[in-house]
Each structure stands twice: as structure tokens, then as C-alpha cells.
Design a protein around this ligand. Structure first.
Ligand code: G6P
Length: 501
């Protein structure tokens, strides 16, 4: 990739429905990121409206790559009613894709989050199939593809992200056969038994196969995809290289990770360390702090985990005052009925637990339905003795990696679902089957009993793996594979899951 932004020889007409075009309509970028959301979000601070970077390692990682390549990011503002975003953010040009309220209902809440999301997460909730949702998904994907086609310079590179945009690779290839196209799926790719339910399964596969490189979180998701593409579309090849429609498509595993340097340095910040001590004091200086931090999503297994902890209080393994749990549930997709119900049921379980086992001034679970600043999350990670990450299915789960990255003193224990992508790497965790309530209880008991020596050995093992590469390496490895056509090897980060660990 060259770091040059070229001028198109002819002005580019904006496509109907695509939002304001940044800076100059005649400028095209050598490197374009296409994701459902833009990397900025609106917030109000001390009465002032501001646009801030969206939280998360993905934004930091891609920001750095885009800055180095004078790149451009195409995405949606996320239903913000606060007007136009800045035209650029820290040197990256932004291009907003407009989505109307009706399209939001059909594309975002509908096909993306009520069809694909549950289907790709083990059908934990029954996926819903509606033809009009599918039609809107096609229209919106075409809108992103058109925006990318207009924005990328000749011979440039486009990196498309996630399940909301699976048709974009092939649409873009049709519009711009000259560009190099990468696609990364952040969530699991399901086994064929589930994927086959999708009425538009061939169209989704064809959409993805428009890319030159398709990245997944772990190797078995990559093979799920390759196998189904061979079976349904007659693609030929192996789990890592397919031939389809006369083209070669590479498939690989690129486990995403966190900004380890940023987390390590924040974890050493005296203010954050003091805040961690303050949190423990505010919790009543218990012997053990248990912590869960999740987006409030039915895939995360939050209720099941709290039920298990509740039973441990009921049977006397845990006791109020000595053991305290904190559960942060970050608000998410609140206009969806499944999420609304999940919140309702979760809050019921939380209040039952406090009702049954709490004391005046000393609840056994502290529940925060809030979007906390990253520094506050880090203070919570530092304050926690046992971190519980028990999703029913998760592409990776970066909370688990953040916890490990900030435990620089090799203390702290992680209870981790074997169905999180992170389980392939974090083999020092206490592994659980999140559907097995007794299994969760056993793992928590084992974690509580483990002495400092065992805890240190486990945390060292997890940190060796986690600190070896960061989110910048992740982005670089994907882009290097995309440029060099070298995605056939699974990434060095992945190990086979070993639930018995
Ligand atoms: C997951 C998905 C992302 C998505 C995020 C938040 O991590 O992989 O694509 O952006 O959840 O969900 P939301 O619907 O708020 O964008």
C-alpha cells in the first residue's frame, strides 16, 4: 500500500442515499475501511456536544493504519440525532452512510440482529427470517459498496468488517474489479447445520467470496466457511484456499486482540490503581471480588452465571460481606424485544440474589447497567479477584483479554467459557461449559481455592500468549496477508481449544 491519496481523473458523483462526502469528492484513498459504524460517537461533556472515538481496540488499531495510509472510513453514525460527524477524525477522513428509521428497523434490528446474529451464535434465540428484511439488507449493502467504490483509488485496498456487510465484497468487486478486498468476520461463522437454515445462504456465501481474503477469529470458523462454500457453491480447494468463479480466495484465522501496551500503561497509572483500591473499599473490603463485564446480550450467559453464583451463596460456599460480585451490563440494541426481555430477566435474577442473600448496606451483587469509561473498567479489572466471562458463544471476547493484559502482577483468576474464541489462547483460565450450571459452580470454587502459586502460573501462561501480539499486529497480519496473498497459514495466536484445561 502506498501512503498517497490520489485525485480521481473525473469527479465522482455521490450515490443516492450516501451521506455527506468528506473533504473533496474528487479525492480517493488508497486504503478504505468499511464497517457498519463510524469510529466516532456523539457525547455530551460538561454541557458541550462532542464527537469522541468509539471505544475499543478495533478503532485504535484501524485508526493507526488509516493514519499511516491517509485512509478513509465508511460507516453509519449509529442513529445519532446530533447532526453531521466531523469530516475527519485524527487525520482519517470519514464518510457517513445514511440509514433511514425504516431501514434501521429492517437492516439493523431485523436482518443483522434478529436473523444473522442469533443464527451465527448457535441459534440461542430462534433466528427470524423475513424477505423484506433481506431486501433491505441487500439495498444497504449496495449503499456501502457504492460508497466504497467511489472512495477507493485505482488499485487500492478495501477492508470490510463484520456480519452486517457480508454482501459488500462481491458487490464492490463487480463495481471495482481493480481493487484488493479483505473481509473480516468478528463474530462466529456457524457450522453448516445452522447456516443451512438461512434462505439466502448461497447469496451470503457468494457475497463473501467476492473478497481476496476472508478472515475469521479461529481456525474452526474458517473451516466451517470453506466447507459450506465447497458444498453449496461448488467452490474447490482446501480450508485455506478456495477457487470460485475463476478466482482464488484465501481463508484464514486472525484472532483479534487488544491494545496491550495501552492497557499495561493504564494499569500502572497511580490514579487507576487508587480507584481500584477505592472500589474495594466501597464494596466493603470483601475478601473476594467477583466481576462480570458484558454487553447486555443474550449470547453472553450473564443470567446463567448469576444463577450459579446465587446457588453458591445459597449453599454457603459464598457469604455476604466476604464475597461480593459486580456485574457491569453495557446497554445494547435496546429497541430489540429480545434484548429488552434479557434485561428484564437479568434484573429479576439480580434482585432475587440481593433479596435472598444481601444485608442492609451490603448487597451481594452490584449491578451497573451503564457504559463505563475504559479507565473505570480497568479499575474494576484491577479490583477483581475472579473475572467471569461465560458466553454461550462468542467470536473472541476481548474482555477476557483486557483482564489478562492488565494483571501485570500475575494475580487474578479467569473463569472462561470454552465457547469463546479466546478459549483457544487463554488456556490458563478455569474453563467452563456455560450451559452447565454445576460446571460453572465447580469452576468458580476451583478458582476460589487456587492459591497464589497456581494463580500466578495460570496468569503467566495467559499473559505470555496475550502479550505476544497486540491489536496493531492483528491488523498488520491481516493486511500483510491481503497484500501478499499469504493467508493460508492459521495465525500464530490460535491453539486448539482444550476444554479439559
Ligand atoms: C459485536 C459486533 C460488532 C458490533 C458490536 C456492538 O461486537 O461484532 O459489529 O458493532 O457487537 O453492537 P452494535 O449493534 O451496537 O453495533
Amino acid at each position: 500500500m502506498s501512503p498517497i491519496v490520489r485525485s480521481a481523473t473525473e469527479p465522482v458523483e455521490p450515490t443516492l442515499g450516501v451521506g455527506r462526502i468528506s473533504k473533496s469528492e474528487s479525492e480517493q484513498a488508497d486504503f478504505v475501511v468499511v464497517a457498519n459504524r463510524l469510529p466516532v460517537q456523539h457525547s455530551v461533556s460538561q454541557g458541550n456536544d462532542e464527537w469522541r472515538p468509539s471505544p475499543g481496540g478495533l478503532v485504535s488499531a484501524l485508526t493507526a493504519v488509516l493514519q499511516n495510509h491517509d485512509g478513509l472510513w465508511i460507516g453509519w453514525l449509529g442513529g445519532s440525532e446530533h447532526g453531521e460527524p466531523p469530516m475527519d477524525y485524527e487525520g482519517i477522513r470519514l464518510r457517513a452512510v445514511a440509514i433511514s428509521p425504516e431501514e434501521y428497523a429492517d437492516f439493523y434490528l431485523g436482518f443483522s440482529n434478529a436473523t444473522l446474529w442469533p443464527l451465527y451464535h448457535d441459534a440461542i434465540r430462534a433466528p427470524t427470517f423475513h424477505r423484506h428484511w433481506w431486501h433491505t439488507y441487500q439495498d444497504i449493502n449496495m449503499r456501502y459498496a457504492s460508497a466504497a467504490a467511489e472512495s477507493v483509488a485505482e488499485g487500492g485496498t478495501v477492508w470490510i468488517h463484520d456480519y452486517q456487510l457480508q454482501l459488500v465484497p462481491n458487490m464492490l468487486r463487480t463495481l471495482r474489479p481493480d481493487v484488493r478486498i479483505g473481509f473480516f468476520l468478528h463474530i462466529p461463522f456457524p457450522p453448516s447445520e445452522l447456516f443451512m437454515q438461512l434462505p439466502w445462504r448461497k447469496e451470503i456465501l457468494t457475497g463473501l467470496l467476492g473478497a481476496d481474503l476472508i478472515g475469521f477469529q479461529v481456525p474452526h470458523m474458517a473451516s466451517n466457511f470453506s466447507r459450506i462454500a465447497r458444498r453449496l457453491l461448488g467452490a474447490t480447494g482446501t480450508d485455506s484456499v478456495l477457487t470460485y468463479a475463476g478466482r482464488t480466495i484465501r481463508i484464514g484465522a486472525f484472532p483479534i486482540t487488544v491494545d496491550t501496551a495501552q492497557i499495561t500503561s493504564l494499569a500502572a497509572d497511580p490514579k487507576i490503581r487508587e480507584r481500584a483500591r477505592e472500589i474495594r473499599r466501597d464494596l466493603g473490603n470483601p475478601e473476594v471480588v467477583l466481576l462480570g463485564v458484558d454487553r447486555l446480550d443474550y449470547t453472553k450467559g450473564i443470567q446463567q452465571r448469576i444463577r450459579a453464583i446465587n446457588e453458591l451463596y445459597a449453599d454457603g460456599t459464598l457469604s455476604g460481606g466476604t464475597h461480593v460480585m459486580v456485574q457491569v451490563a453495557v446497554p445494547s440494541r435496546e429497541s430489540d424485544a429480545h434484548y429488552d426481555l434479557e434485561r428484564h430477566n437479568l434484573e429479576q435474577v439480580v434482585s432475587e440474589m440481593n433479596g435472598d442473600h444481601g444485608l442492609v448496606g451490603s448487597p451481594v451483587i452490584h449491578y451497573l447497567h451503564q457504559n463505563l469509561p475504559f479507565e473505570e473498567l480497568l479499575a474494576l479489572y484491577l479490583a477483581a479477584d475472579v473475572m467471569l466471562v461465560t458466553p454461550f458463544r462468542d467470536g473472541m471476547n476481548l474482555v477476557a483479554k483486557e483482564y489478562v493484559a492488565c494483571r501485570t502482577e500475575l494475580t487474578g483468576k479467569l473463569v472462561l467459557s470454552e465457547f469463546a474464541g479466546a478459549a483457544s489462547e487463554l488456556r490458563g483460565a478455569f474453563m467452563v461449559n456455560p450451559h452447565d450450571l454445576d460446571g460453572i459452580k465447580e469452576a468458580v470454587c476451583l478458582a476460589l481455592k487456587a492459591g497464589p502459586k497456581e494463580a500466578k502460573a495460570r496468569m503467566s501462561r495467559m499473559r505470555r500468549k496475550t502479550m505476544r501480539r497486540d491489536v496493531f499486529d492483528w491488523a498488520q497480519s491481516f493486511l500483510a496477508a491481503l497484500q501478499q496473498g499469504n493467508a493460508s497459514r492459521p495465525s500464530a495466536g490460535a491453539e486448539s481449544p482444550d476444554p479439559s484445561t
